[in-house]
Ligand binder design. Structure first.
Ligand code: FES
Length: 93
């Protein structure tokens, strides 16, 4: 169960949720944070507002998102997974 919860909380779009005792959990309560992981997009959590883009789909989270760091997303500023296709890396660091 904890692995499922962790997976839902990592969902970049926020489209996933889980229910415990009939209560739906979609967005965790976290402090604002931007995380950079090697070879991955920026992970924005904690409800930081992203401005300057077209509106997002209704099913996505306003609590977290991933922002493109490779420059090749077709849905900028958001990551659309293209970094996997192009083999984006941070190099040897
Ligand atoms: S970092 Fe994911 S598409 Fe650019």
């Amino acid at each position: 169960m904890e692995e499922i919860i962790r997976t839902v909380e990592k969902c970049p779009s926020g489209a996933l949720s889980y229910s415990l005792d009939g209560v739906e959990h979609r967005d965790p309560d976290r402090d604002p944070l931007i995380t950079v992981l090697k070879d991955d997009p920026y992970c924005v959590t904690g409800g930081i507002e992203v401005v300057g883009h077209e509106s997002r789909a209704e099913a996505v989270s306003n609590e977290h998102c991933t922002l493109c760091r490779c420059g090749s997303s077709k849905n900028k500023p958001f990551c659309d997974g293209t970094h996997w296709e192009i083999g984006f890396t941070d190099g040897d660091s």
